[in-house]
Design a protein around this ligand. Structure first.
Ligand code: G6P
Ligand code: ZN
Length: 557
């Protein structure tokens, strides 16, 4: 039976502007009549002539509304002449797995259904993100085009009678107005596992995990559960009780599936007991990671990046490809800069958002990169990759025989330590926050700002420069402006203020504090103690408490 394409009349929804990582809103927003359909249609329309006959990957973190969205995407893809969809079984694919699949099967792109680390469930968040043929999040030019289309959409094309079972692995074909439309439901883990086996020495990792080195891996009831089971338990032979919360839940068990000291407090507590040598947690869609050593020794993401940068020789993949260069996002602590300088590799600083690393990787200039927001990854795919980061750390440990803490101490002894912290003020009223950024912009732009002295707790910092960060991509020369207020001090310390681009309601203020210390005797100090004077200065110069009405941050990392 040939299925019919139906053009459905729709109306424009305001505010379908993709943020740092796609369109992220409350589930209830996506459930509005035609809301999801509009956005999916605009993604496909933005592909222009590349849409007809294309293959796309579809999958997500299994959160509430994911299956409904997959069903809508199948129908709208069929209605727009897409020739094939590769879909993870039950709609489950981690974000890194989507990137892996797009690259491996050379598809036109992929649609990722996730709101990443935001809570899930009927009263929480959902998200839709488009990734391009390089496997990475769509760059600004593409998301701008999608947004422009959302502002003038009048109809979308769909095949309402198409019924596809997404729980059965295998190929299903349909005839849509005389043309074949194929849906292939694939195992969610296999291709990703195969890639990990190419990158890492699974023999060495197995020896480590079976040789008494105890890990505790927390999937936070997100998408990485099945990946962790297959990789850590089945392949590497870790005891099953060394993995927790490995069943993906639509609401992540009611938690924030965000691997940091606040939201992964249970993992921190378990590892603090001293039973485990290593702890790792991943976010809802599997691209973020948190690494802990024995007794919950915390590795900041900025340090994690720097340590991996200094140890890439422990990972077979980089022996094959060579190390091309390093990069971090602007607010990320500057520890990796020192490794790049010492190893004479190219180094890049980019705005917040993984999409900014893609061009550099595609041009063969970037091997390893990371962000303070618990993202670490390499050019094996075009997304950050939580499980990859844990395997990378375990490779370093297997190779050097050092504990996590000793690895950090040795690293700081060579390079010095960048103390780093981030304060988040979540869900504030938007207007005063915008006003605060405006005021800060005026302050840092003032000609008298350089030279200003700020003192607190017996320390004085002298302003060297300040700006609202802007970036020009070295490859395609595309520009991004207003990416965050920077206050740069004479001694290299930095304060950064920006509004999150991943929240779904209100405004989240992020304040980042980065300060370098070469004195070895201070390296084991607590970052919060060392950074306290600078934090006070940051609060004072931004008048953050007045603007947000908040005395304390929601999360400190
Ligand atoms: C996501 C993006 C990252 C980004 C992070 C924080 O995880 O993939 O690239 O660093 O969100 O973004 P935000 O705009 O909320 O600070
Ligand atoms: Zn994520």
């Amino acid at each position: 039976m040939s299925l019919k394409v139906v053009k459905v009349e729709t109306k424009v929804y305001d505010g379908q502007k993709p943020g740092t990582s796609g369109l992220r809103k409350a589930v209830k927003v996506f459930q509005q009549v035609h809301y999801t359909e509009n956005f999916v249609q605009c993604i496909l329309s933005a592909l222009g002539k590349d849409c007809a006959g294309s293959t796309l990957v579809v999958g997500g973190d299994g959160r509430y509304f994911g299956k409904d969205a997959v069903d809508k995407i199948i129908k709208i893809a069929a209605g727009n002449g897409v020739s094939k969809l590769l879909i993870g079984q039950n709609g489950i694919l981690s974000t890194p797995a989507v990137s892996c699949l797009i690259r491996k099967y050379k598809t036109t792109g992929g649609i990722v259904l996730t709101a990443s680390h935001n809570p899930g469930g009927p009263d929480n968040d959902f998200g839709i993100k488009f990734n391009c043929s390089n496997g990475g999040p769509a760059p600004d030019a593409v998301t701008d085009e999608i947004f422009a289309l959302t502002k003038k959409i009048t109809t979308y094309s769909t095949v309402p009678d198409l019924k596809c079972a997404i729980d059965k692995i295998g190929v299903q074909t349909f005839e849509v107005e005389g043309k074949t439309f194929t849906v292939e439901i694939i195992d969610s883990v296999s291709d990703y596992l195969e890639l990990m086996k190419e990158i890492f020495d699974f023999g060495a990792l197995k020896k480590l995990l079976q040789g008494g080195f105890k890990v505790l891996i927390d999937s936070m009831n997100g998408v990485t559960g099945p990946y962790v089971q297959r990789i850590f338990v089945q392949e590497l032979g870790a005891p099953a009780d060394n993995t927790v919360r490995t069943t993906p839940l639509e609401d992540f068990g009611g938690h924030h599936p965000d691997p940091n000291l606040t939201y992964a407090a249970d993992l921190v507590k378990s590892v603090a007991s001293g039973t485990y040598d290593f702890g790792a947690a991943f976010d809802g869609d599997g691209d973020r990671n948190m690494i802990l050593g024995r007794k919950a020794f915390f590795v900041t993401p900025s340090d994690s990046l720097a340590v991996l940068a200094a140890h890439l020789d422990c990972i077979p993949y980089f022996k094959k490809t060579g190390v091309k260069g390093y990069a971090r996002s602007m607010p990320t602590g500057a520890a990796v800069d020192r490794v790049a300088a010492a190893t004479k590799k190219e180094f890049f600083e980019v705005p917040t958002g993984w999409k900014y690393f893609g061009n550099l990787m595609d041009a063969g200039r970037l091997s390893l990169c990371g962000e303070e927001s618990f993202g670490t990854g390499s050019d094996h795919i075009r997304e950050k990759d939580g499980i990859w980061a844990a395997l990378a750390w375990l490779s370093v440990i297997a190779h050097t025989g050092k504990s996590v803490e000793d690895t950090l101490m040795a690293h700081w002894a060579v390079y010095g330590r960048n103390f780093f912290t981030r304060y988040d003020y979540e869900n504030c009223a938007a207007d005063p926050c915008n006003e605060m950024i405006k005021k800060l912009e005026e302050l840092v732009a003032s000609p008298t700002f350089p030279g200003t002295k700020y003192s607190n707790g017996g320390k004085t910092y002298v302003v060297k420069a300040g700006d609202n960060y802007s970036y020009v991509d070295p490859i395609d020369k595309s520009a991004a402006s207003k990416q965050g207020i920077r206050v740069l001090f004479e001694d290299g310390s930095r304060l950064i203020f920006r509004l999150s681009g991943t929240g779904s309601s209100g405004a989240t203020v992020r304040m980042y504090v980065d300060s370098y210390e070469s004195d070895k005797s201070k390296h084991s100090a607590d970052a919060q103690d060392i950074l306290k004077p600078l934090v006070e200065i940051a609060l004072e110069l931004s008048k953050l408490k007045e603007f947000t009405g908040r005395q304390e941050p929601t999360v400190i990392t």
